[in-house]
Ligand binder design. Structure first.
Ligand code: NAD
Length: 366
């Protein structure tokens, strides 16, 4: 099993190092090969997604990705900015389904900004369409307006669009995922205003006919944003478009206490995938050794489950993470009174120790 390891920028290198150590501790026949991506690749090769990195990602069974980006690249032309690497990988690898589980671990209930009773036991799955919508729709650009509110003024425009096959395939993914959970899908749209999302809703309803055992409900995105903080446990699987999913999944992240805890998977038709934490490169804390590596470690667990058919090994990692949290270890983002603050490396060490069945020793609470 070959894994392309793409650390990227900022905290990417620090958190990927810990996920790699956890994978190595499993003693599986994994071949890990690393390549630069994002700003690091721009510095080394003049492009955020060099040909060699793309070739490695295509040849591998799965991709483990850190994070890309730094404010210092903000002045570069858009096509050379680090974030283009992730968009390019999604497109080139045909990764159209983004899975973002938002699970509130019992030990972290108090780290959430919501009342504990609202998030205790939370386990929802946000499925975001990744390759369409306004993020990729053409045409886009800047021009002088010939109509609208200010004819003759400079304006910018993007295009929101979805084709029937794009909506059908993400709807199938959502209904099939719901079958493995509590059999409920909430499709989030803005069909009251946008033609694209009326089409989305109509198409999801058509696909639903093939899944009579799954309950389907529809919700406008503004209401969904509100319900996610009002009664998040009422959701199970949420399926939505690229832009709404981008925003709602970050909102869901905070329900769980920290974005540093949230893994994600982006899958193609054949379950080949790219696995990455839901957060970015966090330039504000990069190089300080304080980033939470658990989202990346849990992303590696998702990789074992979805792309490498190693569900038991995925569970080993997830149990090890639980053990470490139960022992009271916390990086700064999830720290609270009565727990022990640790750095990135120490958190990785603890997960590796827990995997070895050694228990998490010497980790006294302070
Ligand atoms: P961010 O997710 O990097 O950081 C947001 C906040 O969360 C920061 O305060 C950061 O310190 C904190 N944080 C994030 N991950 C953490 C972790 N593991 N442990 C502890 N704290 C953590 O988002 P941002 O600041 O908006 O963006 C920073 C850069 O990352 C930008 O260049 C952006 O474009 C890029 N970005 C990349 C990806 C990606 O690679 N997939 C995703 C989002 C943002």
């Amino acid at each position: 099993m070959k894994i392309a390891v793409l650390p990227g920028d900022g905290i990417g290198t620090e958190i990927i190092a810990e996920a790699v150590r956890v994978l190595q501790a499993l003693e599986l026949p994994l071949e890990l090969e690393s390549a630069p991506v994002g700003g690091a690749a721009y510095e080394a090769h003049g492009h955020p997604l060099p040909e060699a990195t793309l070739a490695l990602a295509k040849a591998a069974d799965a991709v483990l990705f850190g994070a890309v980006g730094d404010w210092k690249y903000d002045k570069l032309p858009r096509e050379l900015r680090p974030e283009q690497a992730i968009l390019g990988l999604r497109k080139q690898l045909g990764l159209f389904a983004n899975f973002r589980p938002a699970i509130c671990y019992e030990q972290l209930t108090h780290a959430s900004s919501l009342k504990p009773e609202l998030v205790a036991g939370l386990d929802i799955l946000i499925i975001r369409e990744l390759t369409g919508d306004i993020y990729f729709g053409q045409p886009r650009g800047r021009r002088v307006a010939t109509d609208g509110n200010f004819p003759g003024a400079e304006e910018a425009y993007d295009t929101m669009r979805y084709s029937r096959p794009e909506i059908e395939r993400i709807a199938h993914v959502a209904f099939q995922a719901a079958r493995r959970r509590s059999k409920k899908v909430t499709s989030v749209d803005k069909s009251n205003v946008l033609e694209t999302f009326q089409f989305w809703k109509d198409t999801v309803i058509e696909v639903h006919a093939q899944y009579p055992d799954v309950t389907l409900e529809h919700m406008y995105v503004d209401n969904a944003a509100m319900q996610l903080v009002k009664a998040p446990k009422a959701f199970d699987v949420v399926v939505t478009g690229n832009m709404f999913g981008d925003i709602l999944s970050d909102e869901a992240a905070m329900l769980t206490g920290s974005i540093g805890m949230l893994p994600s998977a982006s899958l193609d038709q054949h379950n080949k995938g790219l696995y990455e934490p839901s957060h970015g490169s966090a330039p504000d804390i990069a190089g300080k050794g304080v980033a939470n590596p658990l989202a990346t470690i849990l992303s590696a667990a998702m990789m074992l489950r979805y792309s490498l058919n190693q569900a038991a090994q995925a569970e080993r990692i997830e149990s090890a993470v639980q053990a470490v949290l139960s022992a009271g270890l916390r990086t700064g983002d999830i720290w609270s009174e009565g727990t022990r603050r640790v750095g990135t490396r120490e958190m990785g060490d603890a997960v590796v120790a827990a995997l070895g069945g050694k228990g998490v020793t010497g980790l006294t609470r302070s």
